[in-house]
Write a protein that binds this ligand. Structure first.
Ligand code: GLN
Length: 208
């Protein structure tokens, strides 16, 4: 009952440490760096961090993790793609071939321009938090279109920047670069729900 949930962070490139640090702040979570099949198999859920989607995609192929990761996601493992991670999940990318191609979203890379067009805004996202939370956009993509199975979580200036489809969560921005951990809490809950751990935790609190 006291077993910690293991949440993997794909650790080839990008904002890996930042996600690990936030995950480490939760008592019931053990973050693991995923670079091998063994660490992928041990993960109850996985975060695909921001970075450079083409680089991460190449490394996934080189380390023979692309297919196993895709299969785990298709079999229901919770996954959260932040920025480049969102691009990896998309079934359609403007002017490019998809990478994992598992989520029914149509994505435009570098949609806001180059590095100097990076920005932070505060917004509330009903599904995630009652308060406004800071959202950091760095050479961010946006979601141009979603299929009907996908739930839009946030739209800014007419573009979707956060969405969920069943076990898949995608954000254009980087919650791991802020002090706010509401998005991590939300994802941890997705992982708990998929493990049926929420009921187990309630029983634990009640000492049944
Ligand atoms: N522009 C990057 C890409 O296309 C994503 C940027 C990010 O993850 N912050 O992969």
């Amino acid at each position: 009952m006291n077993k910690k949930l293991k949440i993997g962070v794909l650790s080839f490139q990008g904002s890996v440490e930042e996600h690990i640090k936030i995950l480490n702040s939760f008592d019931d979570i053990e973050p693991i760096e995923v670079k091998t099949l063994k660490s992928l198999n041990e993960s109850d859920g996985i975060i695909l961090p921001g970075g450079e989607s083409t680089t991460i995609s190449k490394l996934l192929k080189i380390f023979n993790l692309e297919e196993p990761l895709k299969k785990r996601i298709e079999n229901g493992m919770p996954v959260w793609g932040t920025c480049a991670g969102l691009i990896l999940l998309a079934k359609n990318i403007e002017k490019e071939s998809p990478h994992l191609g598992v989520m029914d979203i149509f994505v435009k890379r570098n949609a806001y321009g180059t590095q100097i067009n990076s920005f932070v805004i505060n917004s509330n996202i009903d599904e995630i938090s009652k308060e406004k939370i800071p959202l950091v956009f760095i050479r961010a993509p946006w979601i141009e279109r979603i299929e009907k199975d996908v739930k839009k979580l946030l739209k800014i200036d007419n573009h979707i920047v956060a969405a969920r489809q069943k076990n898949m969560l995608a954000t254009s921005f980087h919650p791991e670069l802020t002090k706010n951990n509401e998005f991590h809490k939300y994802f941890i809950n997705m992982v708990k729900e998929s493990k049926g751990n929420i009921n187990a935790n309630i029983l634990e609190v009640l000492e049944i």
